[in-house]
Design a protein around this ligand. Structure first.
Ligand code: NAD
Ligand code: TYD
Length: 353
């Protein structure tokens, strides 16, 4: 038995693959295009592990995916592969449509052909798990209840619209073809190997580099934050016992305004790696132009996953964010390796334009 993990060299995918081998030695084939966000270094600790293989390739390459399926005969495909950064989707939506919608379609087609050819018992046991986001539900007002699985989809950015489209395709492949699918919709993750274009790793990186900490608009937008390893545990639970064709919301019950998150990071850095001049890191906070169409609030009601599958986050925001800052402080070479070249060009486009 084995599983295929697409996008397994990215932030959440690599955490998932690393955690998988903490609980299992079932082989994993990681299929990743290795875009700017995919980093084989994230999986470096698996070098020499005979149960892991990294294949560079596109989920939209039906021929390659069909070959991998035929060769490895996985019992599940987990789809983490995506273009994932909202700001990039605003500057250039094309890649988001290509990977998140067209790519997912081609992947589903290859998986459907493979699944159709399986013997009955393997067909029944097979799973296609699609990793999605709470952003498909749109934006909440201050007092609205948190998103539940029955909220209607109201995506507002090219990123969330492309993820919403992929969720619909996955749903349709279950209803039309009977493909045994599961979908998870998770809130904002944070933790090790998070690419430093996203708020939390960007703020840690900029703070240590003595650079401004850019807050969009007034910084009062709210996100629900979940430690990435809790998300990975939720995915393992859904893969094991999720009901076919169903979706599961995953969240940390940790709603925070962006400015509060940045203040928390500054305070932790003051404690763990104080500035040489003794000044607080919060002095580097800078308010910048708001993101166009910026969603005001996301909040996840994860009670279904808790009730039906017994999942609960292990980390509070306080424990998870401390671990995260400690990880970045201990892994500055990882950050240095990626904050060059193409990454610098992006940061220039986003912040100096
Ligand atoms: P990421 O950008 O860090 O990683 C994405 C990975 O997918 C990269 O390794 C990249 O190389 C790979 N990839 C991109 N296009 C590909 C293609 N066409 N074929 C194969 N591989 C390709 O993203 P992430 O934050 O790890 O997110 C993983 C998944 O989880 C995404 O589907 C995202 O929508 C979803 N998600 C993310 C969050 C979050 O807070 N980061 C929250 C909820 C859901
Ligand atoms: P981000 O990490 O890009 O995740 P998402 O847009 O998927 O929620 O952003 C999290 C929040 O932080 C979002 O409200 C935008 C805001 N933000 C900033 O204020 N400054 C920044 O430099 C970035 C990258 C994000």
């Amino acid at each position: 038995m084995s599983i295929i993990v697409t996008g397994g060299a990215g932030f959440i995918g690599s955490n998932f693959v690393l955690d998988w081998f903490g609980t299992s030695d079932e082989p994993v084939i990681t299929l990743d295009k290795l875009t700017y966000a995919g980093n084989p270094e994230n999986l470096a600790s698996l070098a020499g592990n005979p149960h892991h293989q990294l294949v560079q390739g596109d989920i939209g390459d039906t021929k390659l995916v069909a070959e991998l399926l035929a060769k490895h005969k996985p019992r599940a495909v987990l789809n983490f592969a995506a273009e994932s950064h909202v700001d990039r989707s605003i500057h250039g939506p094309g890649e988001f449509i290509q990977t998140n919608i067209v790519g997912t379609f081609h992947l589903l087609e290859a998986v459907r052909a493979y699944w159709n050819g399986l013997p009955d018992d393997e067909r029944a046991a097979f799973r296609f798990l699609h990793v999605s986001t709470d952003e498909v539900y749109g934006s909440l007002k201050k007092d609205d209840p948190a998103f539940s699985e029955t909220n209607r989809y109201e995506p507002n950015s090219p990123y969330s619209a492309s993820k919403a489209a992929s969720d619909h395709l996955v749903r349709a492949y279950h209803h039309t073809y009977g493909l045994p699918v599961l979908t998870t919709n998770c809130s904002n993750n944070y933790g090790p190997y998070h690419f430093p274009e996203k708020l939390i790793p960007l703020v840690i990186h900029n703070a240590l580099a003595g650079k401004p900490l850019p807050i969009y608009g007034d910084g009062q937008q709210i996100r629900d934050w979940l430690y990435v390893k809790d998300h990975c545990a939720a995915i393992r639970r859904v893969l094991a016992d999720g009901k076919l064709g169903e979706t599961y919301n995953v969240g940390g019950w940790n709603e925070k305004a962006n400015l509060d998150v940045v203040h928390t990071l500054c305070t932790l850095l003051d404690e763990l790696s104080p500035r040489a001049d003794g000044q607080p890191y919060k002095n580097q906070i800078t308010f910048v132009k708001d993101r166009p169409g910026h969603d005001q609030r996301y909040a996840i009601d994860a009670s279904r996953l808790e009730r039906e599958l017994g999942w609960k986050p292990a980390e509070t925001f306080e424990s998870g964010i401390r671990k995260t800052v400690q990880w970045y402080l201990a892994n500055q070479a990882w950050v240095a390796n990626i904050t060059s070249g193409a990454y610098r060009d992006w940061v220039n486009t986003q912040y100096d334009a």
